[in-house]
Ligand binder design. Structure first.
Ligand SMILES: N[C@@H](CCC(=O)N[C@@H](CS)C(=O)NCC(=O)O)C(=O)O
Length: 203
């Protein structure tokens, strides 16, 4: 049995999308979280996440937290969904690189831009430019970062861009990529399920 501890319009929304991509039975357990943008909300005692955050996923006896870990875990646990190259596949290294790059490069660049930190920090500006450059290069001739196949890396990257598109410069390539990923039937179902648990604003 899979249970997703979820708060609407947060980082757990993309895990709803992921579970829809995978297509196995699961339960959404809504929990409240602290919302820094509004100062509202408190962490829920029923949430097993060690920091009271979302997403948290329970699968049997396993508790998995951190979006990247959940993507890795579920894509590997359900290989029939074809969201990750197998461990023996020559593309596995590139896939792991994109997942790690997402957490260590894209997210910090996105939030540095949203917090207006780029002009005061040449290093952050350089890192931000590198993120845009890497994405545009990967997507110039391919629909997804790994080429022709949508993977868990796209789910993370496109959901972050969908949330914070204004953190990056105007780009037809990036816009088309986000639209392509969000048009997937599982993504559409994920949005409906996310909204069904009640809008609370972005975390
Ligand atoms: N690196 C974590 C970040 C999780 C996170 O910060 N989630 C936010 C919602 S978007 C949260 O639960 N915030 C509540 C809090 O900080 O107490 C991940 O990607 O899973």
């Amino acid at each position: 049995m899979i249970t997703l501890y979820h708060a609407p319009q947060s980082r757990s929304s993309r895990i709803v999308w992921l579970l829809e991509e995978i297509g196995v039975p699961y339960t959404i357990r809504p929990v409240s979280i602290f919302r820094p943008m509004t100062g509202e909300g408190v962490s829920d005692a029923a949430n097993p996440h060690p920091d009271g955050r979302v997403p948290a996923l329970v699968h049997g006896d396993a508790l998995v937290t951190e979006s990247v870990a959940i993507v890795l875990y579920l894509a590997d646990a359900f290989p029939q969904a074809k969201l990750a190259p197998a461990i023996t596949d020559s593309q596995r290294g590139a896939y792991l690189t994109w997942l790690a790059w997402y957490a260590s490069e894209l997210e910090p660049a996105l939030f540095a831009s949203l917090r207006n930190e780029l002009t005061a920090s040449p290093q952050k500006l350089r890192d931000h430019e590198a993120v845009v450059c890497r994405l545009e290069k990967a997507l110039a001739d391919a629909p997804y970062v790994m080429g022709d196949s949508f993977t868990g890396a796209d789910l993370l990257i496109a959901s972050a861009l969908g949330f914070g598109r204004q953190a990056f410069p105007a780009s037809a390539v990036l816009d088309a990529y986000v639209d392509r990923c969000k048009a997937r039937p599982a993504a559409t179902r994920g949005v409906a399920l996310d909204g069904a648990s009640g809008p609370q604003g972005l975390a």
